[in-house]
Write a protein of this length. Structure first.
Length: 144
């Protein structure tokens, strides 16, 4: 009588083992499928990066922030090359870097233009002060 109980125990162990193997196999299969799934091209990121670089260039970044503009253009070129090689993860990363560099170039351009306006106003104010400076009249101590 003990034999049927023992074989039932082994049967349960075998079923548990089979379930564990099946679950592990399924998990490996799903992981492989997910890992092999092709990443989508980062088209929106590429467009945004291109727009930022173009806006910076149009705003005058070549004058006020040439190194930042150059860095943005280089990153954008690298992102385009990664897109051609279908390395979409790398392309997305480089497009993001190009976008940030383009934003930095825009900010430095705005800063440079603002400094020019401040300098121009400072010169205008100095000129107005010199034009308005008249010899000071002696103060009268009081009326007599």
């Amino acid at each position: 009588m003990r034999e049927p109980t023992a074989s039932l125990f082994y049967l349960r162990n075998d079923m548990t083992t089979l379930r564990a193997i099946a679950l592990t196999g399924f998990s490996v299969f799903v992981t492989c499928i997910a890992g092999c799934a092709q990443t989508k091209p980062p088209l929106a990121e590429m467009q945004e990066a291109s727009r930022r670089v173009e806006t910076a260039r149009d705003a005058g970044a070549s004058t006020y922030a040439p190194s930042e503009l150059r860095a943005a253009q280089e990153r954008l070129g690298q992102a385009r090359a990664a897109m051609k090689q279908e390395d979409y993860d790398q392309a997305a990363q480089l497009a993001d870097e190009a976008r940030v560099a383009g934003e930095l170039a825009q900010a430095k351009t705005r800063l440079g233009k603002a400094r020019e306006r401040v300098d121009a106003r400072t010169r205008e104010n100095a000129q107005l002060r010199s034009d308005l400076s008249v010899p000071a009249e002696p103060k009268q101590e009081g009326f007599q």
